[in-house]
Ligand binder design. Structure first.
Ligand code: GDP
Ligand code: MG
Length: 441
């Protein structure tokens, strides 16, 4: 999705005159991209007609920054689509709240329940977890394990098969124990069955949750709207959490989930670990959807951390779209100098999670140093080449020998290079802002 949208905007920014045809071409491209990303057709059509209304061609003709106006309009529309107009219920510490999680099996409910509890616990809440999934063998063990790790009280049973009974017992017990956030995990089974929705309705009726959270896997694509709507029809879904945002999916389905439930996304899951959980912010999410990464943040960052005298040159090279091995080498040097936290790379999607995953900074540094040793065995021609075909087997073998490394390590480094080059190619055509002027973006 991101790729084609940025391409569409790119094409548009290359066109010198923006007339109706260019605008339509651009919108069609974006429409196609959004549809491919499984955003519901109706939503896409609405967005398209809204943009046509907003973007006044006469304004464009009057010499305003065209690209910026249209980009801004698309951005604003997508942001609006993610805003249902009213905030979700937010638990208050002063009064115990019951929060029920629903979603299909595998969507990440149990994991997200614990993350949600842990998040609040860190902020001084007294959360508790109730396992009302009696369908899946091992469901209670999983919750128990998670809860124990986070030192959060939990309730469940190996014997009882009635989810309503367990949910009610658990909620009552934790109310007595003065827990202020009682989280009810439920079953998801594996497909949308009438029995599942009936069960959700019953658990909800019996526990009277203050908030029902629909958990959605970011990669479910086309199914998002129907799935969210089906849950909304049986229980009063009031918020959405999108999981597995650390994967490849850009989460276009979130737009559908918001539309179907008329509820906001409140958090996103960004990994399997307890603390890989972030509050949802519309703007960075839409940037990602549009394949813009956090470009303006990136530009700020690059100005902050790349030595001033190197900036114009680096930006110039990037704007030419030539991400060579030498640039990678220089960036690795910067990265090691800056330390893992302040990394420029992390500002671009895919970098922090893949090149330098959280918690594994030491290993990543060692890996980067290893790559640099191998690059030290490369010729200038190889370092400055933008021809991917140049690096044949015999060259790779020579590099491996020269660096005292295995061939497969050299191959791995090239794979990494190709991956980075692909991401950095988005910088092609980048308008290089003058210092202090970010508005060009
Ligand atoms: P449930 O069936 O809805 O309760 O789903 P689970 O909580 O058991 O999660 C299913 C799988 O997805 C597990 O392997 C989780 O570790 C994984 N998972 C959940 N959330 C995330 C996430 O945000 N990122 C990643 N990478 N994996 C996740
Ligand atoms: Mg579960």
């Amino acid at each position: 999705l991101g790729g084609s949208i940025s391409r569409a905007l790119q094409q548009m920014s290359n066109a010198t005159i923006i007339d109706e045809k260019v605008l339509n071409d651009c919108l069609n491209e974006i429409t196609r991209a959004l549809l491919q990303s499984d955003v519901q057709f109706k939503l896409v059509r609405d967005m398209q007609s809204n943009i046509k209304k907003i973007v006044n061609l006469d304004d464009l003709a009057a010499g305003h920054n065209k690209r910026k106006i249209i980009q801004q309009a698309i951005f604003t529309e997508l942001c609006k689509m993610l805003d249902p107009g009213k905030p979700s219920f937010t638990p208050k510490k002063s009064k115990p709240s019951v929060v029920m999680f629903v979603g299909l099996q595998g969507s990440g409910k149990t994991t997200t329940c614990t993350k949600y509890a842990f998040y609040h616990q860190k902020k001084g809440w007294k959360p508790a977890l109730v396992c009302a999934d009696t369908f899946r063998a091992g469901a209670f063990d999983q919750l128990k394990q998670n809860a124990t790790k986070a030192k959060i009280p939990f309730y469940g049973s190996y014997m009882e098969s009635d989810p309503v009974k367990i949910a009610v017992e658990g909620v009552e017990r934790f109310k007595k124990e003065n827990c202020d956030l009682i989280i009810v995990d439920t079953s998801g089974r594996h497909k949308q069955e009438a029995a599942l929705f009936e069960e959700m309705r019953q658990v909800s009726e019996a526990t009277k949750p203050d908030l029902v959270i629909f958990v959605m896997d970011s990669s479910i694509g086309q199914a998002a709207f129907d799935q969210a709507q089906a849950f909304k029809q049986s229980v009063a879904v009031g918020a959405v959490i999108v999981t597995k945002m650390d994967g490849h999916a850009k989460g276009g389905g979130a737009l559908s989930a918001v539309a179907a439930t008329k509820s906001p996304v409140i958090f996103i899951g960004t990994g399997e670990h307890m603390d890989e959980f972030e509050t949802f912010d519309v703007k960075p999410f839409v940037s990602r959807l549009l394949g813009m990464g956090d470009l303006s943040g990136f530009m700020d960052k690059i100005q902050e951390v790349v030595p001033m005298d190197q900036q114009p040159e680096l930006l110039q090279k990037l704007s030419e779209g030539n991400f060579t091995m030498r640039i990678m080498y220089e960036q690795f040097q910067n990265l090691l100098k800056m330390g893992p936290i302040n990394q420029v790379f992390s500002m671009l999607p895919g970098f922090s999670s893949e090149l330098m995953p959280k918690g594994r900074e030491k290993e990543s540094q060692a890996k980067i140093k290893r790559y640099m040793t191998m690059m030290d065995s490369m010729t200038n021609e190889e370092l400055d080449s933008t021809n991917p075909k140049l690096m044949n087997d015999s060259r790779m073998m020579r590099i491996a020998r020269g660096a005292g490394r295995q061939l497969r390590e050299v191959i791995e480094m090239f794979e990494e290079y190709k991956r980075l080059a692909k991401i950095w190619s988005k910088m092609k055509g980048l308008k290089i802002p003058k210092k202090g002027d970010m508005s060009a973006l």
